[in-house]
Ligand binder design. Structure first.
Ligand code: HEM
Length: 436
């Protein structure tokens, strides 16, 4: 389907076959991005792995992400930093559970995702993070991350009618400038403090986090990773990884609470291999096939990023149709995930459908593309995969869950809301029931 929005032509792809054609066979031609006006705030687009064209600067950043930040080896080395945060999530849930109070699962998952990422990147937790950033409270930081994501994703008239750029009628670039600026200042403070510690202390103990790796690279070769490049990369990773991970946890828990027999099945599987008094570890995930199917089914029904948005770098012929250079490509991941010709009973939550299949989310199965495919595939996939499984596993392992008085599981409101991601229009609130 070809649509015209203002001055822009958009080709909508709704089938796995054409998605494969464009993202695999014609990957090079379709790996561009049309730079949104918001992304120009503070020149973010000149450094951002998300917005850079798929050329040498972008390739360097992607290589760095793949080999030095998100490799299995690096993630294994930093898993202890994440484990501690999941323990804190469980403590928080327990405290509320003891008092019979409801928990906003999306909010708790957002805070935990942000904590998991901060710890993985900087080995810094809430309190330290706040003191480095002076007066910024954790809530404010969350607000900044959310606003930065939202401004990049919001429909902006300027993107369709560039003549309006000077006016910025919805104020989106101004808002982006403010949220990017505040986050970049915080990141700057953290980098400077670590650099100082590395340079001045003889007894400095190296940390197992990403920042240590980034500073090494920056010191070794500034042309591969400049100081600005480092700051904008961290900004991209924080903004790209937090909300996407937390909405996945919220949807997974909502689907499980709405389907109590699936919840029990997932919980039984975890209980069978991990004693109640121990914590689930990332290394346990490969031994939990039903849990893995639960997360895949969540991605099928509720992909946090419902569309992949690329741009044609050159004219290309697809299935006998000419796609002109500069056209936008919009792969409808959400629609493909619910297509009745591909999935039986597509709107029902049935993790069992993945139990005996090879289908995964790594970009090779075009009927399930929550992380995209091809050269623009999400670089944080392996970290996101670990975080989502770990959080859901911990929430199931340690607690039974019930809804507030008067709400039956089958009546849970599952309405979707599309802002920067597809999130739950009515936040999931549930009560943790503690084991006797
Ligand atoms: C459940 C969690 C996540 C989902 C569903 C998700 C999904 C996606 C999708 C669909 C894309 C666009 C792919 C394309 O254009 O074809 C993307 C790109 C990206 N993601 Fe993720 N993501 C998640 C978590 C993360 C995490 C944890 C990080 C980093 C810590 C991250 C960093 C990025 C970056 C930097 C890009 C831009 C890549 C580029 O343009 O080259 N994401 N993600």
């Amino acid at each position: 389907m070809s649509l015209k929005f203002g001055s822009r032509r958009t080709i909508v792809v709704s089938s796995p076959e054409i998605a494969k054609e464009m993202l695999q066979k014609h990957d090079l031609e379709f790996s561009g991005r049309e730079i949104r006006d918001a992304a120009r705030a503070l020149d973010h687009h000149k450094f951002s792995v998300f917005w850079l064209p798929a050329q040498s600067q972008w390739r360097n950043l992607r290589k760095l992400c793949k080999e030095r930040i998100f490799s299995s080896e690096r993630l294994n080395a930093s898993q202890g930093l994440r484990q501690e945060k999941v323990q804190q999530l469980c403590n928080y849930v327990r405290q509320h559970g003891l008092k019979g109070q409801t928990i906003n699962i999306g909010e708790a998952a957002f805070s935990t995702s942000l904590d998991l990422m901060r710890n993985t990147f900087f080995s810094v937790d809430f309190a330290q993070f706040d003191s480095i950033s002076n007066s910024n409270t954790s809530r404010e930081i969350k607000e900044m991350v959310w606003t930065a994501l939202k401004t990049a994703a919001s429909p902006n008239l300027v993107d369709y009618f560039p003549v309006l750029s000077a006016i910025d009628p919805q104020g989106i670039r101004r808002t982006a400038k403010s949220s990017y600026g505040k986050l970049l200042d915080i990141i700057d403070g953290i980098i400077r403090q670590r650099s100082q510690e590395r340079n001045t202390s003889n007894t400095y103990l190296r940390k197992n986090d990403f920042l240590e790796t980034l500073l090494d690279l920056n010191q070794q070769n500034e042309s591969v990773l400049s100081y600005m490049g480092m700051k904008h990369l961290i900004l991209d990773l924080l903004v790209g990884g937090t909300e996407t991970s937390s909405v996945t946890v919220e949807w997974a828990m909502a689907e499980l609470i709405r389907n109590p027999e699936k919840k029990s099945k997932a919980r039984d599987e975890i209980m069978e291999i991990i004693p109640q008094n121990e914590m689930v570890q990332e290394s346990d995930i490969s031994n939990l096939p039903y849990l893995r199917s639960v997360i895949k089914e969540t991605f099928r029904l509720h992909p946090p990023a419902p569309f992949l948005v690329h741009q044609a770098e050159s004219d290309a012929e697809i299935n006998g149709y000419m796609v002109p250079k500069s056209a936008d490509l919009l792969v409808n991941v959400w629609g493909i995930g619910r297509d009745p010709s591909l999935w039986s009973d597509p709107t029902s939550f049935v993790p069992e459908r993945f139990m005996d299949t090879e289908i995964d989310v790594k970009g090779q199965h075009f009927e399930l593309l929550p992380f995209g495919s091809g050269r623009r595939i999400c670089p944080g996939l392996l970290l996101a995969d670990r975080m989502a499984h770990l959080m859901v596993a911990a929430l199931l392992h340690k607690f039974e869950w019930k809804l507030e008085e008067g709400i039956k599981p089958e009546e849970l409101d599952m309405t979707e809301n599309f802002e920067a991601t597809i999130n739950k229009a009515v936040p999931l609130k549930a009560i943790a029931v503690l084991e006797p």
